[in-house]
Design a protein around this ligand. Sequence first.
Ligand SMILES: Nc1ncnc2c1ncn2[C@@H]1O[C@H](COP(=O)(O)OP(=O)(O)OP(=O)(O)O)[C@@H](O)[C@H]1O
Ligand SMILES: [Mg+2]
Length: 321
Amino acid sequence: MHKPSLEKPILEAHNISKSYEINSSSYFSIKKETIRVIKKLSLSINKGESFGIIGESGCGKSTLARILIGLDTPDNGKIFIHNQNKVNLSSIEINKLIQYVFQNPIASLNPRLTIQDSLLTPIKSFFNYDYEKSIHLIYEMLDSVGIPKTSLKKYPHEFSGGQAQRICIARALLAKPEILILDEPVSALDVSIQAQILELLVKIKKEFNLTYIFISHDLAVVKNFCDRVSVMYYGDIVEDGDTNKIFKNPLHPYTKLLVEVSPTKNKKIQSDDFGELPNMTKPPNGCLFYSRCRRRNEICYKKSPTQINKGGRFVACNFPL
Ligand SMILES: Nc1ncnc2c1ncn2[C@@H]1O[C@H](COP(=O)(O)OP(=O)(O)OP(=O)(O)O)[C@@H](O)[C@H]1O
Ligand SMILES: [Mg+2]
C-alpha cells in the first residue's frame, strides 16, 4: 500500500511477491505445495519515521523484513533505497544503509563467539579499520546501548535477554546504518525489560538519526512507539495510516478486530481468536479475510479488494468501516 507524501521516502517497496515450496504430508504421501507468503505488497517509508508493521503470527512480517534487508529475494517486485534500485547496490552498500535486529536476541548471537568477536566480524566486512579503531567503534556503540566494556570477553549465554538485545542493537549500529528493521524487538523480553529497551530505542533513534521499521504483534507497543502503521494480513497490507487514526478509527474490519482482541499488553494475536485462516497454499479468489469477516457478503467471496483512499487513508476492503 502506498502513501503519497511530501516527505522523501527513504525506502520503497513496489509489488513485492514471495512464495515458498513446502512439503505437505498426508497419511499416504508427501507432496510439494507452494505457499504464497507475500502478495504484490507495496510500501513507502519516510526518513526519520517509526513505521510499524502489525499482524498476527504467520502473516509474513519477518519474510517481508528479510526481503527488505536482502536476506531473501522476492519473486517479483522492486525495492528502492534513497531512490536507488536495490538490485544495483552491493550487499555491503545495502547493509550500510539498512540493518536488521532479529526476533530472538540470544539465538541471533553466535554461541561460540565472544561478544568481541561477534562485533568485530561485521566491522571487518563494512570498513577497512585496524584493530584499534574497530575496538574503539565497539566501545562507542556498547556505551550507547548501556553495556559495559567488560562484557566483551563473555559469551552470549552469560547475558539476560535484555542485555543480549542491547548487544544486538549495538551490532546493528556498527554499520552506521540509516534504517533499522526491528523484528519484534521486545516480545521475547519481560515487561519491565521491554520498557527499558523501548526507551533505549527512542534514545538511539535521536542520537543516530535513524528510521525504524518496527515489526510487532503487540498493538500496545506499536501504539506508543510508531508514527505510522501498516496492518498486514496474509501477505498484503490491508490498511495503513497515522497510528492514532488507525487505533481510534480503524477502516478495515481486520484492524478493528485486532484493536478489539489485543488490548492486553503482549497478548500474541492468535488465529483462533477469530475464526478460520485462509489456506495460503490455495489462496481464495476473493477477499482473504472473508471467512473471518463480520461484514462479508457474496461480493467479498468473489472479489479481491483493491486499495481505496478514504479521507486520505488507504484501505483494501470492499466495504470499509
Ligand atoms: N523459508 C521458508 N520456507 C517455507 N515457508 C516459509 C519460509 N519462510 C517463511 N515461511 C512461511 O511463511 C509464512 C510467514 O512466515 P513469517 O515468519 O514471515 O511470519 P511472521 O508474520 O513473521 O510470524 P511471527 O509473528 O510468528 O514471527 C509462514 O507460514 C511460514 O511458515
Ligand atoms: Mg516473525
